[in-house]
Design a protein around this ligand. Structure first.
Ligand code: NAP
Length: 243
């Protein structure tokens, strides 16, 4: 019996657990950070909460007989991948990074790339009056101080604590959203700019709608990652596991 640890919190991680949980000879444990109340349960076993840095993760890998780790955390989860790389190197555990390809700008797209939200603020101050913030609830506070901009803030759960933005409306919704619905949302709220992170994956409705309407998109680039074996989809993970 081999034991696989999936570092999760993404749709890909749930899909992977679903496929692997029924594999004979494989024990699958999914790990969640514990940020959301009542998270969806992955197939197989689940554990919740931080490990206590790279050392804590290394101890967990040893104590639980983990044979391999798939880091399927979100592309904008800044820390966990580095912790996994260190812990796996220290314990000699195989590590694979599962990350969906980034979105690529196409003809007609007006993307303004930034490395962090500090870079986004001056561009927004100069160019936007009504912006859709689709950045995740943990990042909304970075836009405080842009008082002349009206923000439509879309997130799955309410920002907590509520950000101190001078002009904002909150929209609680979980994607994916199709192009027509996004087009209507942008028009209804007279949005002039979309702000988002390059999460990647299937073609994104808001980006297609922005192209259709000729709207600029402030696109945050993905952060650097440690050098590890890489997979961009689940079949590649199965190959790596020899299944
Ligand atoms: P992060 O910056 O990479 O992680 C911060 C700390 O949270 C880590 O050092 C670790 O604590 C703990 N942690 C993160 N992922 C974990 C996991 N899967 N299992 C156990 N502990 C975990 O990540 P984050 O941005 O706070 O995101 C937290 C979770 O939300 C991730 O699992 C990610 O996949 C998911 N998520 C994030 C985003 C995003 O935009 N950031 C979007 C969608 C989903 P210790 O050091 O104590 O081990």
């Amino acid at each position: 019996m081999r034991t696989l640890l999936i570092l999760g919190g993404t749709r890909d991680a749930y899909d992977l657990a679903q496929i692997l949980a029924s594999q004979p000879g494989l024990r699958v444990v999914s790990s969640l950070a514990g940020r959301t109340d009542a998270p969806r349960r992955p197939a197989g076993e689940m554990r919740v909460g931080g490990f206590g840095g790279p050392q804590g993760l290394a101890s967990y890998l040893r104590d639980n007989g983990i044979d391999a780790v798939v880091d399927a955390t979100h592309p904008f989860a800044m820390q966990m991948g580095w912790n996994a790389a260190r812990a796996c190197a220290e314990t000699g555990t195989r590590l694979l990074r599962l990350e969906r390809p980034a979105w690529q700008a196409g003809p007609g797209d007006r993307w303004h790339f930034v490395d962090d939200w500090q870079q986004a603020a001056p561009w927004l101050a100069a160019n936007s009056r009504r912006a859709l913030l689709a950045v995740g609830r943990q990042d909304v506070a970075a836009f405080a101080g842009l008082d002349h901009i009206w923000f439509l803030i879309r997130s799955v759960q309410p920002p907590d604590p509520p950000p101190s933005l001078a002009q904002a409306e909150f929209l609680l919704a979980r994607g994916p959203f199709d192009q027509q619905a996004e087009h209507d949302l942008l028009r209804t709220h007279r949005i002039d700019t979309i702000v988002c992170k390059n999460s990647g994956g299937v073609t994104d409705g808001k980006l297609l709608a922005a192209r259709q309407l000729g709207l600029p998109v402030v696109m945050r680039q993905r952060p650097p990652r440690p050098a590890t074996a890489q997979a961009t989809d689940i079949p590649q993970v199965l190959d790596w596991l020899g299944l």
